[in-house]
Design a protein. Structure first.
Lengths: 349, 122, 428
């Protein structure tokens, strides 16, 4: 068998083309080794060679999802590689989503193994961990060496069709796939041993981690809503017309804070949604449908609530990671508290 | 008694129709689950576990579930139980098996005994 | 309460004119067994066959597996409340024909499941392939009701096992193992430093083909209660369960409960094993609440530090398991639960029908949906037809060369929730 043929996908930044200002860079293929490819080349030694590198801007990919995907797929097909490597994307959200999307497409269409790498909180990780192997990396490019050290050998194993070990052995993010095997001891003995460890307060490893529960205890009821200062917060992407902060239509990397002091009603002239995950027609016609400023103003007038808070906070929930959402909320909750807000109405889509 | 039996099992209907309120409909296992979920949304309580019996939901076509006659506020436990049951149903691969009449009758019997065992105690 | 188990190792089984145990061989008079089973007027005919480890034999659909035992000394007899009087058992001496079993088969309902392969890859997944089995295939009289049919086959197995057990009464065991449980007060005096641990055993109790009996009482009509570990060894709990082959507990499992044995292993060393709480798995959600309330209350009442909770069956028992776990944890008592998984053929689906974050220590018997291919066997005992359609079997699972592709759930005892096996699963 000759050398294993590798095609790699990277974004405009790692190709040395430029940062955010070049994020609209169109897909392009170069028959050379670029950026992170050098580290991979060193790790592959003589076993494999990168025969082509595909470059695409992150914005371009995410804004032209279908056509970009199709175009890149055609590029990969032309080289007929043994394995396709995307990234690693570390903590770059749109890059991660691009890596996951294209890797999954190559895997499905070409039936060849694929591999990508990213930080566990990259939105692409949650979106694609079940369908493609994603090596867990650090949250910045400083982790490149460590990432390549894990990705290169796993890529070789995948390309050769060798058996893939568990996530902890190989360094990829758990895909949530349960596989049977025979343990050294029978189940009852494992249970007794586990109980003894638990009783002693020692560390033990459950054989089946319960699904993630992120339950929030409800706060006590607002004593007198007619005196309360109420704020509106939404993950429905409502923004002033023109989306001044350029909140992304999916996998939002930020949230916005907007003044509604002078509004009693949101209209198609003044507000719209930035959300890319639902049909925006009705929200764009009348943003009150997502963020009910009109009704709140009525309530305010009728004395049903004390007052409507001057600012609302907004982001797009579409594909936005739980970790990011938590971070945004932690930040603006402090502001809300400092501003003396008693209650918040959260609207979603 | 303050119960309603939701069923697609003729045997259950025949046995209990004079004694309890039995809503019989010739619908699928899944449709029974959905019907019960709708009832939960209306405020009824689920009284027997929807996955009663270890006969897998992709094997038997019959299902009977007892709910409360009384409607109250939405019961979250009932909602959890029925939603989890629907999720469990969904994950089983749909079998394309033509059961013989005798086997179908066995399935009806098993389902009936589940309801019988529940009612005999209450 | 103290019990000596005397093991007489059986490494061969043969038909013979005279039933006896000699030099590790179990000799069986077939005619006597047949005559005994046919005393039941509901049984039309019975076939008695032998299946030994390594033979190319497939037994299906399996109803129960029972280990022959006999009371040598002490009160009562094996299977109290069913075969013997209801006297309390678990004391004195009991002899065991280790390495042998009675297996009952026969189609009670058309979709019945349960395969024991004595050879090949399937044999690795069932513990009963390692035993010298006497297999009973019972045919009922026509027009019999399913519950009467089930009872007849259940009793045929228990009677035959008792018959074989009696052959061991006067034989000197090859090995003796002693199990003793003190009163809770005495055990705390004896092991003041050790954490008090009990075993919470959940018993399948949903109705026909899903029942378990404790001293002859249908478990669905019981409240959670205490029982001594040695009582189980004398057959205080027997199985009437024919459904969910991979994770039902046969009478053999109850007699040889692995949690009990492994807790005894550590008893007096790292833990103080004070006893067992048995509880049921009923259909009514209110029953589930009541039973789990009682289990937690008993655990608190006897001052436990930790428990192991085992499950039986698929689906709604997940709810009982989680209720028990949660309520016991809420009393400040540490739990480990034993279950199995239905994660789909690809292993990607949610494994349990219920879950709670308090269940942070789980032992799993594996994914019951995983596929396995079973090569054809030279001989079939029972009825192969259901295999093509039963749980885990599916349309087209029967291949031309006679091999079948089934889910593990079709194999008797494969993903046992008492932790009887080494099989488990991990996340990839």
């Amino acid at each position: 068998m000759g050398k294993i043929k590798v095609v790699q996908y990277i974004n405009q930044f790692y190709a040395g083309i430029g940062g955010e200002e070049k994020a609209d860079y169109k897909p392009e293929v170069r028959e050379e080794i670029i950026g992170p490819g050098m580290a991979f080349k060193a790790a592959f030694k003589d076993e494999a060679e990168i025969i082509a590198t595909i470059i695409c801007g992150d914005s371009y990919f995410n804004e032209n999802l279908d056509s970009a995907k199709e175009k890149i797929l055609q590029m990969v097909k032309k080289y007929n590689p043994d394995i396709f490597i995307a990234g690693p994307a570390f903590n770059a959200g749109r890059y991660g989503v691009a890596c996951g999307t294209i890797a999954e497409a190559v895997q499905t269409e070409m039936k060849i193994p694929v591999l990508t790498g990213m930080y566990c909180e990259n939105p692409g990780a949650d979106m694609f961990r079940k369908s493609v192997y994603i090596v867990e990396t650090k949250n910045s490019a400083a982790g490149m060496r460590a990432a390549v050290k894990k990705m290169a050998p796993l890529a070789m194993k995948l390309a050769k069709g060798e058996e893939i070990g568990s996530p902890s052995e190989e360094g990829y993010l758990s895909r949530g796939i349960r596989k049977n095997y025979f343990a050294a001891d029978r189940g009852s003995k494992r249970a007794v041993d586990m109980l003894i460890k638990k009783l002693k307060g020692e560390e033990f490893i459950t054989e089946f981690p319960m699904p993630d529960f992120d339950r929030v205890e409800p706060n006590p009821a607002v004593k007198d809503i007619s005196k309360a200062k109420v704020a509106l917060v939404t993950s429905g992407g409502i923004v002033p017309k023109g989306n001044p902060d350029r909140i992304e239509s999916s996998s939002a990397s930020k949230y916005g804070k907007y003044d509604i002091l002078n509004y009693t009603d949101l209209t198609s002239e003044t507000h719209e949604t930035a959300h890319g995950g639902y049909d925006p027609t009705y929200a764009n016609q009348d943003a009150d449908r997502v963020l009910p400023v009109d009704i709140m103003r009525e309530f305010e007038k009728e004395g049903k609530i004390g007052e409507l808070h001057r600012y609302f906070y907004s982001t797009t929930g579409n594909g936005t990671s739980v970790a990011n959402s938590k971070a945004y909320a932690a930040e603006f909750s402090k502001e809300l508290k400092n501003d003396g807000v008693d209650a918040v109405i959260l609207t979603s889509t | 008694m303050d119960i309603v039996i939701i069923t697609n099992n003729k045997k259950v209907y025949e046995m209990f129709k004079d004694k309890y309120l039995v809503e019989y409909e010739d619908i699928t296992y899944k449709e029974i689950l959905i019907k019960v979920r709708n009832k939960v949304h209306e405020g009824h309580e689920v009284l027997t576990h929807p996955l009663a019996s270890s006969v897998k939901p992709n094997e038997t076509p019959f299902k009977s579930i007892i709910i409360s006659k009384k409607k109250g506020k939405l019961n979250y436990n009932s909602l959890m139980v029925i939603e989890n049951s629907i999720a469990t149903y969904e994950k089983f691969l749909k079998l394309k098996v033509e059961w013989t009449d005798a086997v179908l009758d066995d399935f009806r019997t098993i389902d009936l005994t589940m309801i019988k065992s529940a009612l005999s105690k209450n | 309460m103290k019990l000596e188990l005397g093991y007489i190792y059986i490494n061969d089984i043969k038909f013979s004119d005279l039933s006896k145990v000699e030099n590790g061989t179990l000799y069986v008079n077939k005619e006597e067994i047949e005559a005994m089973i046919l005393e039941d007027e509901n049984v039309k005919s019975v076939k008695v066959e032998i299946a030994k480890p390594g033979e190319s034999i497939r037994i299906t659909p399996v109803k129960d597996v029972i280990e022959p035992r006999v009371k040598v000394e002490g009160p009562g007899g094996i299977f109290p409340g069913i075969i013997s009087k209801v006297e309390t058992v678990g004391m004195g001496k009991t002899n065991v024909l280790k390495g042998s079993a009675v297996v009952t088969t026969g189609k009670i309902v058309g979709f019945q499941e349960g395969i024991i392969d004595m050879a090949g890859v399937g044999a690795e997944y069932t513990p009963f392939s390692k035993l010298n089995n006497l297999v009973l295939a019972c045919e009922p009289v026509d027009g019999i009701e399913a519950h009467e049919h089930e009872k007849s086959v259940r009793m045929a197995g228990l009677k035959t096992s008792t018959y074989l057990g009696k052959l061991a009464k006067d034989i000197k065991p090859d090995e003796v193992e002693t199990f003793e449980t003190l009163s809770i007060v005495d055990s705390i005096k004896k092991y003041p430093e050790l954490p008090k641990v009990a075993y919470v055993q959940m018993l399948q109790s949903q109705g026909l083909l899903h029942d378990t009996y404790v001293y002859g009482v249908d478990a669905k009509r019981t409240l959670s209660t205490l029982i001594n570990p040695t009582e189980l060894m004398d057959g205080a709990i027997i199985s009437g369960n024919c459904v969910s082959a991979c994770d039902k507990n046969t009478t053999y499992h109850h007699l040889n409960n692995p949690v009990v044995h492994d807790l005894f292993e550590k008893h007096g060393k790292e833990i103080n094993f004070v006893g067992i709480i048995i509880t049921n798995e009923n259909v009514y959600l209110a029953d589930k609440e009541r039973s789990s309330n009682w289990t937690a209350k008993l655990a608190e009442q006897i001052g436990l530090d930790g428990v192991i909770i085992s499950q039986e069956g698929f689906g709604n028992p997940d709810t009982d398991l989680i209720m028990n776990c949660k309520k016991i944890e809420e009393k400040g008592i540490k739990t480990v639960i034993i279950t199995d998984e239905y994660a789909g053929r690809d292993g990607a689906s949610q494994s349990l029908a219920d879950a709670d974050e308090k269940a942070d220590a789980v032992v799993t018997g594996g994914n019951a949906n995983e596929l396995i291919e079973l090569k054809p066997m030279d001989k079939i005992i029972g009825d192969i037809m259901p295999v093509n359609t039963i749980a885990g079997g599916f349309d087209g699972s029967l291949k031309e060369d006679g091999s079948i592709v089934v889910e593990l759930q079709a194999i008797t005892g494969a993903t046992n929730e008492l932790g009887f096996n080494k099989l488990t699963a991990k996340e990839y």
